[in-house]
Design a binder for this molecule. Sequence first.
Ligand SMILES: C[S@@+](CC[C@H](N)C(=O)[O-])C[C@H]1O[C@@H](n2cnc3c(N)ncnc32)[C@H](O)[C@@H]1O
Length: 321
Amino acid sequence: MEQIIALDEFARDTLKGLSSENKYLLSKYFYDKKGSEIFQDIMRMPEYYLTDCEMEIFQTQKEQILSEFKNGGAHFDILELGAGDGLKTKVLLSHFVNQQIDFTYSPIDISVSAVTNLVEGLRYDIPGLQVNGLSGDYFKMLGSFNNNGNPRKIALFLGSNIGNFNDAQTLDFLLKLKKSLSISDQVFIGFDLKKEENIILKAYNDKAGHTADFNLNLLVRINRELGADFNIDDFYHREFYDSSSGKAESFLISKIPQEVHIKMLDKTFSFRKDEKIYTEMSQKYDLQMIENLANKTGFQIVRNYVDKRQYFMNSLWKLKS
Ligand SMILES: C[S@@+](CC[C@H](N)C(=O)[O-])C[C@H]1O[C@@H](n2cnc3c(N)ncnc32)[C@H](O)[C@@H]1O
């Protein structure tokens, strides 16, 4: 199996989501082998501005980022939660290695193939980098991180990973993360900023249909792993954005009234015409929201880095003293 999630957990979550009055599926199940590949296509699309913006921040501000990470020069461990293909992180890592900085890099991802490919690629691309890849659910791994500040840790949560949580999950994640850190540790988080609606909608409703494929692949995965009979052509993907809350949300929508049987659950689910299955949140932020989030969860902002269009922000935090 591609992800190290037990099949019964996938079955349980699918049962819960599809039995709910407002049907939903969890976005962490997007990333089977095919899903991780499609996500790489999404990152390469011109409409998906997030990758370019964060890449620009790292390329143009890597020196300042390094100087904050060094924080006096001691050895540090970089833990990247949900590292994916590490495309942008590599810009920072190779700069740090070129500067002969003493650090280790531990990418963590629920997708086994993502971690394996990343670690193999890094050995080739950045010789001399000390790397230790870990596969698993970062929620479950957070508890094992605290080693009383020795060595100092910097937790990276890049892209718009944090935006995929709803409000309660965001607080829960940051509070758990805080518990796993010591006073000299830091957190470096990517936040997609609020911007014109059509720029956001284009990024999640791309012409080539990669985002639609990414969402529909979740049904393909349920068919394969849980023995379901979803007819993929009878569903389509839609994105909605609410500019006041900053919430961009993805749905799969049933084109017709239909029934789907899932063998492993021994259950049939009915879908009305136009009924939605909620699949993913992509929260957009403003500076006030980011400051409130840090405050509420016991962090303080060390420094913010933005791209030239001010579409994206990487925010460096430490524990409130
Ligand atoms: C949206 S991608 C972003 C990847 C990368 N951070 C970037 O900026 O390009 C999210 C990544 O997080 C991983 N992921 C999602 N939920 C996870 C979880 N609960 N535990 C560990 N990894 C997770 C996925 O497999 C995927 O590689």
